[in-house]
Design a protein around this ligand. Structure first.
Ligand code: AHR
Length: 312
């Protein structure tokens, strides 16, 4: 949980002195930056020598980093995979070298024996929670939705889309009228939303925005304001992550709901690795984190402040 972020450095046992490579996607969002800092903090608590590699959103950089971790002979590898496909060859190389790989926050399409475990949310559920909130909020009213998708080919973009579509499937009054990628970034979220607004009668024909992460929603909120509309009122805003800036927007009435994704994927990953490397205990294949909905009723100012204090 997020509470772990704030805990005073507490020594954890079982990985002291081990070297663990971490291939991180990049720093495309506030959530991603929080995950990086929590992972570093967890590494310190576990006494792990963390080799950090920033892939700047490119799979080829991640593949290169994994090969270099294997050549170095690290004890384990953490991989936050930017896209879902194309991992078989390099993960087979890690397996052949007996180096366990733990996936963080995103899934891959590859045989399950190529990784020890995956620590991630149920991303279909996240989309469903966001969609259910909209269904409940609009009731029987007609609602034309625009969707900002995450990185093309990434598991959260695929699954969050699917979950939201499942939630609205039996509600003919709700329809996704435009859907485009904003690559999980604030800048593209704004730019793509500007296009949606232009194409939808200056925004007058849009009832709601569903963004696959908060950063794109925050960018889109800016675009909505610049178009002379009130985000949160004229256009409902629902997204995923629960970063401080979305709580600030919710507190200001400019966003309506977010689904929390904990940035602490490393804690459960290190626990699984300690049990596996020391005692040969095979962890569950999928370690699933919680997906909780937050709205204006959940003390958004407090949530924003709490997360900032915790190091987001
Ligand atoms: O994989 C998790 C997603 O990646 C987060 O929701 C998003 O902010 C990040 O870029």
């Amino acid at each position: 949980t997020v509470a772990l972020l704030g805990s005073a450095a507490m020594a954890q046992e079982g990985l002291e002195g081990m070297t663990i490579g971490f291939s991180q996607i990049g720093s495309e969002s506030g959530w991603r930056a929080a995950e990086t800092s929590v992972t570093r903090q967890q590494a310190e608590e576990w006494g792990v020598n963390l080799q950090f590699s920033d892939a700047q959103q490119r799979q080829e950089n991640q593949i290169r980093a994994i090969r270099s971790f294997v050549a170095q002979g690290v004890d384990a590898i953490l991989l936050a995979p930017v896209v879902a496909t194309g991992w078989e060859e390099v993960l087979s190389e890690a397996k052949d070298a007996d180096i366990p790989v733990v996936l963080l926050d995103r899934g891959i399409e590859a045989p399950e024996d190529l990784y020890l475990t995956s620590v991630a949310s149920d991303q279909v559920l996240e989309g469903r929670v966001a969609g259910d909130w909209l269904v409940e909020t609009v009731g029987d009213e007609e609602c034309r939705v625009v969707e900002l998708q995450g990185t093309v080919g990434s598991s959260p973009a695929i699954n969050r889309k699917q979950g939201f579509e499942e939630a609205i499937a039996d509600h003919d009054n709700i329809e996704i009228v435009r859907s485009q990628t904003g690559d999980f970034t604030r800048a593209l979220g704004k730019q793509v939303m500007e296009g949606f607004l232009r194409a939808e009668n200056g925004g007058a024909d849009i009832c709601a925005l569903y963004a696959h992460n908060d950063d794109m929603a925050v960018g889109a909120i800016q675009a909505i304001k610049e178009a002379g509309l009130n985000p949160g009122e004229d256009i409902l805003v629902v997204s995923i992550d629960a970063v401080p800036d979305i709580f600030t927007a919710i507190a200001a009435g400019e966003a309506n709901a977010t689904v929390e994704l904990t940035p602490n994927m490393a804690g459960p990953a290190f626990e699984a690795l300690a049990a596996y490397l020391n005692d040969g205990v095979e962890p569950e294949k999928f370690i699933i984190t919680e997906s909780k909905l937050y709205t204006a009723e959940d003390d958004p100012e407090g949530e924003a402040e709490r997360r900032r204090d915790l190091g987001y």
